[in-house]
Design a protein around this ligand. Sequence first.
Ligand code: AMP
Length: 127
Amino acid sequence: METDHKSDYDNEFDPTCLFCRIVAGTLPSTQVYADETVVAFRDRHPAAPTHILVVPRRHISGINAPAAEDGALLHALIHAANSIARDEGLGERGYRLVWNVGPDAGQSVFHLHLHLLGGRSLGWPPG
Ligand code: AMP
C-alpha cells in the first residue's frame, strides 16, 4: 500500500515545503497549538523571547496569495495567535503579529505564516 504523508486535514500538501512537512509531523517542531485549520510552533531562530509561527495546515504560499483571502482561514489564524499570546502571558504587555511578503520584507518560507513576537519591547519602525 502506498504511504500517504498527508495528515487527516491536509487537502493541499506540498512535500517540498518545510512548513507542510512540519504540519504533517515529518519534520520536528516545538508545537504550541493545533486545531483542524491551524498549527503553531516555535520559530527555530527566535527574534524575541516569544517567537511563534502560526500557519494554516493547507499549503498557501503567502498572505498575498488569492487563497489567503479566505475570511474563515484568516479568522482561525488571528484567533489562534491571540489565544497563544494570552497563554504565553503576553496579553497585558503586548506583542506583535507580522506577515512578511516577498524579498524586501525578507520572506524566506513560502507557506503562509503569521509571526507572533513578544516578551521584550519591540522597536518601531522595524529594521
Ligand atoms: P519569513 O522570513 O517571514 O519567511 O519567516 C520564516 C521563519 O521560519 C524564520 O523566522 C525562520 O527562523 C523560521 N524557520 C525556518 N525553518 C524553521 C524550522 N524548521 N522550524 C521552525 N522555524 C523555522
